[in-house]
Design a protein around this ligand. Structure first.
Ligand code: F6P
Length: 375
């Protein structure tokens, strides 16, 4: 097939995660080395196609040495949706649709295809821009690993390892002081980080958004451990976890972009355990430590495969698709399918059975959790 591509743009959108630079590097090396194309780096996500002066050519020298580096050399933001672009005018936030300007800007720059490295938010924007004439190929990115269509996303493995390492450290101090220690981890809507790090890090209780928790069940687990001679307990809680019939805990401030910041569920659960069990409780919020640092070997490899294959998809004309991991292969999945719904922890899965087998409390009784599947 004759390929008319001469120039591709690449941007990173939404929250960062380890492995973004590995993707950028693979995109640049493959585009230049295999196809002889020009690559333009767009800074700060879609903001770089809204504001002037935020586009620069990316050459082989620009990506030298960035494979192990966390973050993104292009910068990113989770606040620049061209369809709902918020601008502060005389102290008041006004919302504008600048999507046509973005498509025009890309055309003026001579971008034939835009490679968007992003989560469901950025990929949904890419999909909508495609309907306006911009040619796009996606690379899935989410630290929460909650995007449909791919077995896993890069950055997640690093985050799970960071959380597991934190749990190993918290174990020794919790045991020494006979305390309950709570680790609050990321996981807005899906509890993958909490669940996987919790099992790998030997947690006693894991609270995830998919299973509304009952504090009585949590307290019973803690008290049972105390009675049996284990005078400490480790609780992992995803930031988006909520009690049965209750709400997730948000920080008071509202973010530009309309997304409310989660945070504080660890403290809430701590107080409730203290009140019910009369034990000493401490809380550690892992926060953005999960998103920083050097990617693991798994994430470097996956990110490199994604970046390289994204360029091959451009060459094959598979526009409107994103690269994805299926079993051992990288495949192309329609972006529309991937962003249609999030990927949650299924309540019927071997990983939950493993947690039950290890006597980990998942925030409610096993009967109640099994009832949630059908309910
Ligand atoms: O969506 C990924 C995520 O890391 C969530 O787990 C978390 O709530 C959010 O991003 C934090 O984003 P910010 O960069 O705005 O603090």
């Amino acid at each position: 097939m004759a390929d008319a591509t001469r120039c591709i743009g690449v941007l990173t959108g939404g929250g960062d995660c380890p492995g973004l630079n590995a993707v950028i590097r693979a995109v640049v090396k493959t585009a230049i080395g295999e196809y002889g194309w020009k690559v333009l780096g767009i800074e700060d996500g879609f903001e770089g196609l809204i504001q002037p002066g935020k586009v620069r050519p990316l050459d082989l020298a620009d990506v030298r040495g960035i494979l192990p580096r966390g973050g993104t050399i292009l910068g990113t933001t989770n606040r620049a949706n061209p369809f709902r672009y918020e601008v502060e005018v005389e102290g008041e936030v006004k919302v504008f649709d600048v999507s046509d300007d973005v498509v025009r800007h890309a055309q003026i720059l001579g971008i034939d295809v835009l490679v968007v490295i992003g989560g469901d938010g950025s990929l949904s924007i890419a999909y909508d821009l495609m309907k306006k004439g911009l040619k796009v190929v996606g690379v899935p990115k989410t630290i929460d690993s909650d995007l449909q269509g791919t077995v896993i996303t890069f950055g997640f493995d690093t985050a799970v390892n960071t959380a597991m390492d934190a749990l190993d450290r918290l174990h020794t101090t919790a045991e020494s002081h006979h305390r309950v220690i709570i680790l609050e981890v990321m996981g807005r809507d899906a509890g993958w980080i909490a669940l996987k790090a919790g099992i790998a890090g030997d947690a006693d209780v894991i609270l995830i958004p998919e299973i509304p928790y009952d504090l009585d069940a949590v307290a019973q687990k803690v008290s049972r451990r105390t009675r049996s001679g284990s005078k400490y307990s480790i609780v992992v809680v995803a930031e988006g976890a909520r009690p049965v019939g209750g709400e997730a805990v948000y920080q008071a401030d509202r973010e530009i972009g309309g997304v409310r910041r989660l945070g504080g569920v660890g403290q809430l659960v701590a107080q409730q355990i203290k009140d019910r069990c009369g034990v000493d409780v401490r809380v550690t919020v892992l926060g953005h430590l999960q998103r920083g640092g050097s990617p693991t070997a798994f994430d470097r490899l996956l990110a490199s495969r994604f970046g390289s294959m994204a360029v091959h998809l451009v060459a094959e004309g598979k526009l409107g698709h994103m690269v994805a991991l299926a079993d051992e292969e990288i495949i192309a999945v329609p972006i529309a399918e991937a962003v249609a719904q999030q990927k949650f922890v299924p309540l019927e899965s071997d990983i939950l059975l493993t947690a039950f087998g290890l006597d980990i409390c998942l925030g409610n009784t096993r009967e109640a959790i099994e009832g949630m599947r059908t309910g």
